[in-house]
Design a protein around this ligand. Structure first.
Ligand SMILES: C[S@@+](CC[C@H](N)C(=O)[O-])C[C@H]1O[C@@H](n2cnc3c(N)ncnc32)[C@H](O)[C@@H]1O
Length: 205
């Protein structure tokens, strides 16, 4: 593994993900999780402080040892019991129908095989469980989309695999979910990376 990926990227990720615009989304969406929760791509643990008292246990899954290390420090400052899972979302080490909610924030852009990962999230969710997502992705504007497509090959190399141009809602549906509610739109920042999809989805029958 390169020095950049191992030492620089995790620190840059933590710094970038602490942006107040993202913090405002965390405050809105993360407290909706309850029961046994799986957070996919938990990163440096920036969501941990936003889980409410209705969360009985949190599984924090992330393949990056460096980010899990940062998240472990944040885990010590919260009450919810947290168990780390060192695994990719494409192979979640949990039994079928074992969690009440799955949370993913700005992670479907980075996962190598997002639909396979979503099928795994669906497998571990109880049939009445909820997927809570906050993601950036493909813009509806052709001009912005063209730039997203142009920049993604370079961007993913410097940003740990992040794609600017993924159609998040289509991936969620292809992963066996039915979207219950979704808010789409730009937040502050360069348009190529600021078209957000946030909402909830249910396991499709
Ligand atoms: C932009 S960061 C977001 C981190 C965190 N969700 C947050 O909101 O701050 C993307 C995260 O996806 C994780 N990731 C990359 N590939 C993954 C995979 N295959 N399965 C699960 N997580 C993955 C990275 O390690 C990183 O923590």
């Amino acid at each position: 593994m390169s020095f950049y990926r191992e030492h620089i990227l995790p620190r840059l990720t933590d710094l970038a993900m602490r942006h107040p615009t993202l913090g405002a989304e965390r405050v809105r969406w993360v407290p909706r999780a309850a029961g046994v929760v799986l957070e996919v791509g938990a990163g440096s643990g920036l969501n941990f402080a936003h889980y409410g008292s209705l969360v009985r246990r949190l599984y924090a899954l992330d393949p990056s040892a460096e980010l899990r290390g940062m998240a472990a420090t944040r885990a010590q400052r919260v009450r919810v019991p947290i168990e780390f899972l060192a695994a990719p979302a494409e192979a979640i080490p949990l039994p079928d129908a074992s969690v009440d909610a799955v949370v993913t924030t700005w992670t479907l852009c980075t996962i190598a095989e997002p639909v396979r990962a979503l099928l795994e999230m669906r497998r571990v969710l109880r049939c009445d469980g909820r997927l809570i997502f906050v993601e950036h992705g493909r813009s509806p504007d052709p001009r912005v989309r063209r730039w997203q497509d142009r920049l993604t090959p370079v961007w993913r190399r410097i940003a740990g695999g992040c794609h600017l141009n993924r159609p998040i809602d289509q991936s969620i549906e292809a992963g066996g979910f039915e979207i219950s509610d979704v808010e789409r739109g730009y937040v502050r920042g360069p348009r190529v990376g600021s078209y957000f999809y946030r909402g909830t989805a249910r396991v499709r029958g």
